[in-house]
Design a protein around this ligand. Structure first.
Ligand SMILES: [Fe+2]
Length: 284
């Protein structure tokens, strides 16, 4: 999407929101962005070993801390994540909105460190993490918080009986994604889950031996209009905006999170923020 089209859509969505009245605007700016929902889904596949039935993966995405999303809110999010007793936690990019303007201190590391997941915590870069000179500082923060970076890399989750693969891609827009490297050394016989910030990259991913892709980036459009749906989504979140999709003949199962925070416009309307919980299930 070029700049002119983007601005047109931005203005259209702003006018649509103002057109609904001042009360609606207040709701969209002050109320709905704080209405976190828990979105649960079962991921089923004949390739998931039975011993991983009920294995719980919690995904949080697009927190954009610093842009109308505070560290206090993030601490609450961490408590919510822990209350759900995840086996494994994944973060799919865009931790803070503007890394170069954010006032970094140890508080964010403390919060991220408090997330408990016996099978590990994994993360990938989003475009905002690379933008604003954030590449190194985000990595340092995540390293110190015991999150394992999956930048064109993979690891295996092993429960003592069976294994599956979690792989991650570098950000598609501002990084250097490489699926061959991301899957290098992984066993294509194993159930494989890929973290990729931008959902529309599923069109490429579906050509590779990946069973499930978890993405964010879209924010679900942030503003949705009754009977019409979302008005604007960012580049590479235009085909796949929220929820579950089957992509290609393989098929690749794609899940797109609306994410937690907001960016560009500080409001959400009919598009509440969400924390995603996935349960694995073997399927014959
Ligand atoms: Fe993004």
């Amino acid at each position: 999407m070029n700049r002119r089209t983007f601005l047109k859509k931005l203005i259209t969505s702003s006018l649509a929101l103002f057109g609904l009245g001042g009360g609606t605007y207040y709701y969209a700016r002050e109320i709905e962005p704080g209405m976190l929902t828990i979105k649960e889904a079962d991921i089923t596949s004949h390739r998931i070993p039975i011993s991983f039935d009920n294995f719980k993966i919690v995904q949080f995405s697009d927190t954009h801390i610093g842009f109308h999303y505070t560290l206090d809110q993030f601490e609450e999010l961490v408590n919510t994540i822990n209350k759900h007793n995840p086996d494994c936690v994944v973060f799919t990019g865009d931790l803070v909105d503007r890394p170069d303007q954010f006032k970094w201190d140890n508080r964010i590391i403390k919060s991220l460190s408090n997330i408990n997941a016996p099978y590990g915590k994994y993360w990938i870069y989003g475009n905002h993490d690379h933008g604003g000179y954030g590449t190194d500082i985000i990595k340092e923060v995540m390293d110190k918080s015991d999150f394992v970076m999956l930048k064109n890399a993979n690891t295996k989750i092993d429960n003592g009986l069976d294994r599956f693969v979690i792989a991650g891609l570098d950000d598609v827009m501002l990084g250097a994604p490489n699926l061959d490297h991301a899957l290098e050394g992984s066993n294509p016989e194993l159930f494989t889950l890929l973290l990729c910030h931008e959902p529309d990259y599923a069109e490429v991913v579906q050509q590779f031996p990946v069973d499930v892709q978890l993405s964010g980036h879209s924010h679900g459009g942030q503003v949705q209009i009754p009977f019409f749906g979302y008005i604007y989504t960012p580049t590479l979140a235009e085909s796949y905006v929220e929820g579950k999709y089957s992509v290609g003949l393989h098929p690749l199962q794609l899940y797109v999170s609306r994410g937690i925070g907001t960016t560009r416009l500080p409001y959400r309307f009919l598009c509440k923020p969400e924390l995603n919980i996935y349960r694995l299930a073997h399927d014959d």
